[in-house]
Design a protein around this ligand. Structure first.
Ligand code: FAD
Length: 349
């Protein structure tokens, strides 16, 4: 364990309890730091999210994740043993724009992993043992001579948390545009975050009845409106039923970003019916807008997996530092934790 120098226990405020913030926080807590995590949402996980309903959950954000890196692979093995994730062996197809081409079985052999019983289980597993204040929006981060002071929106989320007046370090683990805003007092980091634009995604949660089978469980769809559709019940540990998550294409989401949610839901359902052939009765229909869904894939990844400024005692992490996947978020959080541990030994008196 890389303990900080002397008797001083460094403190760090981590803004954002998505995969990146939690990976960073967990690593620093294990190293003996005093860690406080804040998130404006009701629970941890960020975009690896599950919307609960009385008929079962909808994974309306990240759909699954793949594993390439060895250290991430070891962490995923641990989550598997805890029952927080499992492989998803659903029938995944590609549906071409030309309907006559039919659905083609996806030949990508990578194992697709999902949280169980929902994608939000990943965040819950990572948050275990951490001091996490949910429903706590950080409005402003003010730089002090040596450390940071935060303005937290007064919500019920802070009840029971004894917060210090200042933190030695600040970690910003929010999507790039929000990070640029929060790190305004560190211009070099704010500028790098501001340059990382992110793209939106309209997601639709639809519950169909009776349960019908189009012959596949999920599809990458080549369509001007829809990009993806997945049947919830095909994933391990989910309640049965006809719940589907539909994702709009980036272009359509951008074009309809400010549209009314009900109109968006109806238009994406119409596209789904056309491509799947499903005509079942709709029990419920809802749309969710992810304003910052994925980093713009036309932009190159940042030179490093995180941003860090030892003088300002601040850093930023998140999927937007590289390819915009769950694995990238986790690696980014861990990379920033390593920077903080290495540098804190030199700068904390
Ligand atoms: P986030 O998950 O966005 O976490 C940031 C957190 O910061 C959030 O919880 C937010 O509430 C919080 N926050 C922001 N501002 C503040 C503030 N001021 N105060 C307090 N809290 C704040 N990845 C894959 O690997 N595979 C997929 O199939 C996949 N599909 C996706 C589909 C969609 C529709 C979306 C939206 C994402 C998808 N992703 C996928 C991407 C994946 O979800 C992300 O890469 C990953 O979850 C990002 O984690 P993060 O920690 O970087 O950010």
């Amino acid at each position: 364990m890389n303990m900080p120098r002397g008797d001083h226990v460094p403190s760090v405020a981590v803004v954002g309890a998505g995969i990146a913030g939690l990976a960073c926080a967990g690593d620093l807590a294990t190293a003996g730091w005093r860690v406080q995590v804040f998130d404006k949402s009701r629970g941890p996980g960020g975009r690896a999210a599950t919307r609960r309903t009385d008929r079962g959950g909808f994974d309306h954000g990240a759909q699954y994740f793949t594993v390439r890196d060895e250290t991430f692979s070891s962490a995923v093995d641990g989550w598997c043993r805890e029952g927080a994730v499992s492989p998803w062996t659903g029938r995944i197809v590609r549906i071409a724009r030309d309907a006559s081409a039919g659905a083609v079985i996806d030949t990508d052999r990578a194992t697709r992993m999902v949280g169980t019983p929902g994608m939000s289980a990943i965040g819950r597993a990572l948050a275990h043992g951490l001091d996490l204040a949910c429903e706590s929006t950080i409005l402003r981060a003010r730089r002090l001579d040596a450390g940071w002071e935060l303005t937290v929106a007064a919500t019920a989320g802070l009840a029971g948390h004894a917060l210090p007046q200042r933190w030695d370090w600040l970690v910003c683990a929010a999507p790039a545009p929000q990070t640029a805003h929060l790190l305004a007092e560190v211009p070099s980091l704010a500028a790098a975050a501001a340059a990382s634009t992110m793209q939106p995604c309209w997601a639709v949660m639809v519950d169909l009845d009776p349960v019908a089978d189009p012959g596949w469980d999920a599809a990458f769809i080549d369509d001007s409106r829809l990009a993806w559709a997945a049947r919830e019940a095909s994933r391990p540990g989910r309640a049965p039923g006809g719940r589907w998550v539909l994702h709009a294409s980036v272009a359509w989401s951008l074009e309809h970003l400010e549209d009314d949610a009900d109109t968006v839901a109806a238009r994406l359902l119409e596209a789904f019916r056309e491509r799947s052939g499903l005509a079942d009765r709709v029990r419920s229909l809802r749309a969710h807008r992810w304003r910052y869904a994925r980093p713009d894939d036309a932009l190159p990844p940042l030179p490093r997996r995180c941003l860090f400024d030892a003088d300002a005692r601040a850093g930023a992490c998140g999927d937007w530092t590289s390819a915009g996947r769950i694995e990238d978020a986790w690696l980014s959080g861990r990379a920033l934790a390593a920077e903080l541990r290495a540098r804190s030994a030199g700068v904390i008196e």
